[in-house]
Design a protein around this ligand. Structure first.
Ligand SMILES: [Zn+2]
Length: 169
C-alpha cells in the first residue's frame, strides 16, 4: 500500500492477459526429411507468430506438442483429409503435414507454414481482409506477406480472440 514508482506496474497486472507463454512453450519436432532450407523457413514461420503476438506464443524444439511432417505426395493426406486434392498442407491435432513438392517459392513456403501454425493455434480462415495469412486459399495471401513475413494485426487479433487475451491492438 502506498508504494508508487517503479514497482507500481505490478498492481495493474491484467488477469485476462495471456500468460507468459514462453514459460510453457509449444515443444515441436520436425521431420528429419525437411532439408536445411525448409527447416529454416519453418523456424522463421514460428518466429512470425512469436514476434507478431508479442511473445504470447513460443515454440521450442524437442517435444511432441507439435509434430511437423513432410509428405512427398498430397494423396498421402487422403486418410485424414477428404479435400486432399486441393491441399498442400494439413493441420490436425498436434500435427502438421506439408506436401513439399508442390511449393516452389521460399516465401510461399514460409507463408504456408505460418498459415498452418495459425490453425495449430486455433485460428480459422479469415476472409474479411486482404492482409492475412489465414485465407482459405494460399494463392490469396498477399505477395508482401511472402516477402516480409510480418504477422498482420488482423491475425494477431484473431489469436487474442481465440485465446481470450487482452490485446492492445
Ligand atoms: Zn487453412
Amino acid at each position: 500500500m502506498g508504494s508508487v514508482g517503479a514497482g507500481a506496474s505490478d498492481a495493474v497486472h491484467d488477469p485476462s492477459a495471456c500468460p507468459g507463454e514462453c514459460e510453457r512453450p509449444i515443444a515441436y519436432s520436425l521431420d528429419p526429411q525437411f532439408n536445411a532450407d525448409e527447416q529454416l523457413l519453418i523456424e522463421q514461420a514460428m518466429g512470425v507468430w512469436e514476434q507478431g503476438t508479442g511473445g504470447r506464443v513460443c515454440f521450442a524444439p524437442g517435444g511432441r506438442d507439435l509434430v511437423i511432417e513432410k509428405l512427398d505426395r498430397s494423396d498421402e493426406l487422403q486418410p485424414w483429409d477428404p479435400e486432399w486434392p486441393r491441399h498442400v498442407a494439413l493441420t490436425k491435432g498436434g500435427r502438421i503435414w506439408i506436401v513439399a513438392t508442390r511449393v516452389d517459392d521460399p516465401g510461399e513456403y514460409r507463408a504456408l507454414v505460418v498459415h498452418e501454425l495459425g490453425h495449430r493455434l486455433g485460428i480459422g480462415h479469415i476472409e474479411d481482409t486482404a492482409t492475412t495469412y489465414m485465407h482459405s486459399t494460399i494463392n490469396d495471401t498477399p505477395q508482401e506477406l511472402w516477402k516480409h513475413a510480418l504477422l498482420p494485426e488482423r491475425d494477431a487479433r484473431a489469436f487474442c480472440d481465440v485465446h481470450r487475451c487482452t490485446c492492445a491492438y
